[in-house]
Design a protein around this ligand. Sequence first.
Ligand code: MF3
Ligand code: CO
Length: 261
Amino acid sequence: MSVTIKSAREIELMRAAGKILAKVHQNLGHEIKPGMSTWDINRLGDEMIRDYGCVPNFLDYQGYPASVCVSVNEEVVHGIPSKKRILEEGDIVSLDMGLIYKGYHSDAARTHGVGEISKEAADLIARTKQSFFEGIRFAKAGNHLYDISAAIGDYAESFGYGVVYDLVGHGIGTHLHEAPEIPNYRQPRRGIRLKSGMTLAIEPMINAGTADVLWLDDEWTVVSKDRSLSAHYENTVLITDKEPEILTLTEEEAEDGICNS
Ligand code: MF3
Ligand code: CO
């Protein structure tokens, strides 16, 4: 499939899908506490998405059994929520979720600390988030896709982190996963030229240790091979002729003065 360019009408729907997901992420983030199970998080997230009249797009995607991917500590992505997995003070937890609004998908991820966390963990979360912002400095019509990839990877690697190379970001629109694939590290070529109206889910996954990952026997959960901590930060982004529009930025993040410059 080639990369789709969204019309003005489609962009409005993507904006709405993104805005709702940002609200759900913000609200769900505030619910995270020691003692709750990863299933509790999934149930709350699922409920919030449906309360907005939207449909969770991860549920049943290629057989995935939940609406929110909940990945704790060394789990990189696609952790399966479980009533038996109880969050403890000091854990870090990545929440990845998406929804469909009037046929259009949004997708975003955030990593949260559970109660007080170590400086090592807090740094990993903050730098993973910053790697996304380093990347989207280049997310502008006329630039090349892998300019984004290189900026993300170079920034994360400057701290000695392992940039997960087995998983990538993606185009998004009427499908959760559209072309192109978006790696999070430097590529030998520059990739496709970005055009106004492209919508991309850019999602660095960064390990505190080495980049290698493996899949657990549940066939979903991806963990760092050395079992080091891993963080994830993802937004659905609209490419324009000027600065990119981050469709899933939360109001709190916007108030924090997060910007692309
Ligand atoms: N945000 C995830 C991704 O883009 C979606 C998870 S796929 C699911 O890869 F099956 F877990 F839903
Ligand atoms: Co995604």
